[in-house]
Ligand binder design. Structure first.
Ligand SMILES: Nc1nc2c(ncn2[C@@H]2O[C@H](COP(=O)(O)OP(=O)(O)OP(=O)(O)O)[C@@H](O)[C@H]2O)c(=O)[nH]1
Ligand SMILES: [Mg+2]
Length: 197
């Protein structure tokens, strides 16, 4: 798939504010600082469409970017960063759980995972929640530029092993680097295929 048009549509602090049209959402979630906003910029080919920062907790709202006037790429706030909200009770904010579990626009969710890290409990718990609620999702490993090819393969395998303790059927997994432009075509082709479903 080619992205010929990408425009910021809106930021929402509640799911009642997300666009009311019937275009479907392809959303990105993961721990704060994992590289969600950077990946959105890579996919759209627009350097600063989504705000990127070395300080975790940069994205605090649900951001909709309208793609080719046909669907939305959605940048979500990260989880696992204690200072995101003072009133936040559970492990995942209400904004995140409301969107992921209740928003009918959501067509597919990519959970982003830093390829350098051992499987993190918070990611495994988030994935468990998706599985229990039947949310369609895949995994994208980020920051692949930080590892060699062999180390990347090991890391993906380690994650597969961790998931196979919970799941019989494993989700699709892709590898990316926003720094090097790696994985862009594979991810866009994958999105193309799920939008046809
Ligand atoms: N080396 C490398 N750094 C990356 C990559 N992707 C993102 N980063 C860096 O990681 C930091 C966080 O990137 P963001 O895209 O803002 O991460 P985020 O997941 O949107 O973060 P929050 O909005 O705070 O949850 C920035 O300093 C990016 O430059 C990558 O593929 N490789
Ligand atoms: Mg962000």
């Amino acid at each position: 798939m080619q992205i010929s048009k990408a425009e910021f549509k809106c930021s929402s602090e509640r799911i009642s504010q997300v666009p009311k049209d019937d275009l479907r959402d392809i959303a990105f979630i993961g721990r704060s600082n994992v590289g969600k906003s950077s990946l959105i910029n890579l996919l759209t080919g627009r350097q600063s469409l989504a705000k990127v920062s070395g300080t975790p907790g940069k994205t605090r709202l649900i951001n909709h970017f309208r793609i080719n006037d046909a669907w939305y790429l959605v940048d979500l706030p990260g989880y696992g960063y204690a200072r995101t909200s003072k009133v936040q009770r559970g492990e995942f904010s209400k904004l995140i759980t409301d969107y992921v579990l209740r928003c009918e626009k959501l067509h597919f969710l990519f959970v982003l995972v830093d390829i350098r890290l051992e499987p993190q409990r918070i990611d495994l718990r988030f994935i468990e929640m998706l599985g229990e609620n039947g949310v369609p999702f895949g995994i994208i490993f980020t920051k692949a530029d930080k590892l060699s090819k062999t180390q990347r393969e090991k890391s993906v395998e380690r994650f597969r092993t961790a998931l196979s303790e919970q799941w019989e059927e494993l989700p699709p997994m892709l590898v990316s680097s926003s720094e090097r432009g790696l994985g862009r075509d594979e991810i866009l082709d994958f999105i193309d295929s799920i939008l046809k479903v």
